[in-house]
Ligand binder design. Structure first.
Ligand SMILES: [Zn+2]
Length: 288
């Protein structure tokens, strides 16, 4: 249930939510940099990764600070990745969209939490080819909790719970069969928990369209990178290219792209534009 806003206040609520989203985006940049390394996300305070200089609050204002510093550190003039303001802008967009779609409500807060977790997981997967349990397990738990409170996109708690279970079992089967048949990791366990989380947040019926959308877009991007010859090989093997001994040593295949960001993007497409996609592709209409 949403609180009723006094007439005329809606634009201000949406703008305020965008600012909140941008601040969350700024925090996500810290999460993306520190969680895979197992570092604390609260200590030490923000500092330049190059020179270590502490970043003052006025140089930490989401999006704007990067623009007025022209993407450079104030101390060492080293360049700061445009990814920082991009993540902050995506956070702002998520905040504004949640406010516009749901008004001041638990559903808006829940949607913002979902998008924030998906943004963090996507960029961590692009960086490190991992989806940390520190983020995927809370994604599953929060999805179930939000559904229990009627604040998720899942039609019911039952659909949410079944979605988490089906997402987990379906991808776990792919992961296990891949490991046995191909003798390599076909599907990471991170993807298994990510899909379980998406099932919890969106409901069981959304799983098939989300996996289809993710696969189509993942394949399209993979082929495009291959054709353009711009594919990035994964992180270099740590021991000069010897055969991977275990999971820790697993090296992504050349010209491959991690699947997590595509699953996350497909989930957001289905969340924001599922009705429109179902009209465009009538086959998917059955899953709305
Ligand atoms: Zn610096």
């Amino acid at each position: 249930m949403a609180l009723a806003l006094p007439p005329g206040l809606e634009p201000f609520f949406i703008a305020w939510s965008a600012v909140v989203g941008a601040v969350i985006g700024s925090f996500l940049n810290v999460v993306i940099a520190r969680v895979p390394a197992g570092e604390s996300i609260v200590h030490p305070p923000s500092h330049c990764p190059r020179c270590g200089a502490r970043i003052a609050w006025y140089d930490n204002v989401p999006v704007a600070a990067w623009l007025w510093l022209r993407g450079r550190c104030r101390s060492c003039r080293g360049s700061i990745s445009p990814r920082y303001p991009i993540v902050e802008a995506l956070g702002a967009a998520a905040g504004a969209l949640a406010a516009w779609r749901h008004g001041p409500s638990l559903a808006a807060l829940a949607e913002l939490a979902l998008v924030a977790l998906l943004l963090a997981l996507s960029f961590i997967d692009l960086d490190t080819w991992t989806l940390p349990h520190a983020l995927t397990w809370p994604l599953v738990a929060l999805g179930l909790a939000a559904s229990a409170a009627g604040a998720s996109a899942a039609p019911s708690l039952r659909s949410s719970a079944v979605g988490a279970a089906v997402g987990f079992v379906a991808f776990a089967a792919v992961a296990l069969v891949g490991e046995k048949l191909l003798r390599r990791e076909a599907m990471g366990w991170g993807d298994v928990f990510l899909l379980a989380g998406l099932g919890a947040w969106l409901g069981v019926a959304a799983l098939l369209p989300v996996v289809l959308l993710a696969s189509i877009q993942g394949a399209a991007v993979g082929i495009a990178l291959l054709l353009l010859g711009k594919a990035q090989p994964g992180p270099a093997p740590r021991d000069g290219g010897a055969a991977p001994a275990d999971d820790e040593e697993w090296v992504p295949p050349r010209n491959a792209v991690p699947f997590g960001p595509f699953l996350a993007a497909a989930a957001l497409e289905w969340l924001y534009a599922g009705g429109w996609i179902a009209r465009l592709v009538p086959m998917l209409g059955a899953f709305r």
